[in-house]
Design a binder for this molecule. Structure first.
Ligand code: SF4
Ligand code: SF4
Length: 82
């Protein structure tokens, strides 16, 4: 399903959603969902800017997502109909 690496927003974003990541993304590829923000898997260039600024450390490269939050990879893909 996944064709390239992307940043994955996980559990700690839920309930926070401050949008700090959106402000710094050079690709404008972070979109607001009902309970969290989502990075578009095909648009992200994995520059790391959002990972640096997230106050809750919710964002990981898809190869580094903690096991307990692994489902957020598919959740992001599903959000965009992938
Ligand atoms: S890694 Fe870079 S391109 Fe990808 S969502 Fe974060 S800020 Fe945007
Ligand atoms: S910066 Fe982190 S907590 Fe804030 S909206 Fe983005 S992912 Fe969620």
């Amino acid at each position: 399903m996944k064709t390239s690496s992307f940043a994955v927003i996980t559990q700690p974003c839920i309930g926070v959603k401050d949008g700090a990541c959106v402000q710094v993304c050079p690709m404008d590829c972070i979109y607001e969902g009902d309970d969290q923000f989502f990075v578009h898997p095909d648009e992200c260039i994995i520059c790391g800017m959002c990972i640096t600024v997230c106050p809750t450390n919710a964002i990981f490269g898809d190869q580094e997502v903690p096991a307990e939050w692994d489902s957020f990879i598919a959740k992001a893909q599903n959000h965009f109909g992938m």
